[in-house]
Design a binder for this molecule. Sequence first.
Ligand SMILES: Nc1ncnc2c1ncn2[C@@H]1O[C@H](COP(=O)(O)OP(=O)(O)O)[C@@H](O)[C@H]1O
Ligand SMILES: [Mg+2]
Length: 321
Amino acid sequence: MIRIHDLTKAYPKARDGRGSPVTAVDRVCLTIDRGEVFTLLGPNGAGKTTLVKILSTLILPTSGTATVNGHDILTQPTRVRASIGFSPGGERSFYFRLTGRQNLEFFGALQGLRPPLLHQRISEVLDQLGLEEEADKRFMKYSSGMRRRLGIARALLTDPPVLLLDEPTASVDPASARHIREHIRELKAQGRTILLTTHNMDEAERISDRIGILNKGRLIAVDTPANLRGILHQCRLRLAVRNWGEDPPRFIGALRSISGVAAVYEGNPSLEVIMTQKEFVTSEVVRLIVEHGVEVESITTCEPSLEDIFLTLTGGETSRV
Ligand SMILES: Nc1ncnc2c1ncn2[C@@H]1O[C@H](COP(=O)(O)OP(=O)(O)O)[C@@H](O)[C@H]1O
Ligand SMILES: [Mg+2]
């Protein structure tokens, strides 16, 4: 449904104030199947918005191309636009003084919808996103969750087979985020292909058929949540060691042999244990500390950050001791 071939977008001057060149999207290749919910996961600045904007024909790539619903973004942009609904990520994508309904009338008309079909589609999408009661309130009075839902409603106006949703749950509370996820599931059940972006790992895990991890413009992993979970669910145990006991190598060796320990990184005076089974490993580590006469100042556990996952996936950990 979406095929991305070696897509690159380079900006000669970044917006970081220093004005150095930046490759926002770097040689990305990806195929997204019909009916799939695919999430691009990455931190701010990873290139998610740039990639989605290229697919929606809002900006041109520097090189490479893509097809959406069988149409090439470079040579058939009008057909691509007829196949997609795009929900931009920014807060400024609607007119604040207009009501939700008036905004949809405006954007629907821009997309070529005329009355009476325009009004029929507006009431259908408002109903689908649960916004009928709020439809005649001004956009500026909308909560973040309502704003995001109106964004999806707008993307649905032309009843497109492909939806591109840039950060559909950014800055909304957990309950609203759950509602939005339910709407996205309904849209998938209707047979639509959905590409969405997020910087939230849990979010990506909950909703996606597959996840693509984007880092500095490069797609560094593409897989199902279940397959990525092995990496995503790693957790660290950090020990601040005061006294290493009688036989430090034997202690470290014993830590490494605990089942559920993926790796042990020795530092001085700290030690990091990367584990895949938190509860069991933590109690085993405590047992070994006592058994080997090791004295520790603190033991802390930390969930992996996106950065940890990136480091793992990009091999960043090989440089650690
Ligand atoms: N118009 C632009 N001019 C210069 N640099 C840009 C422009 N748009 C985006 N960038 C840069 O490209 C990179 C990717 O940005 P973006 O696609 O917005 O990332 P994300 O959506 O993942 O946060 C960032 O370094 C950003 O500063
Ligand atoms: Mg973005």
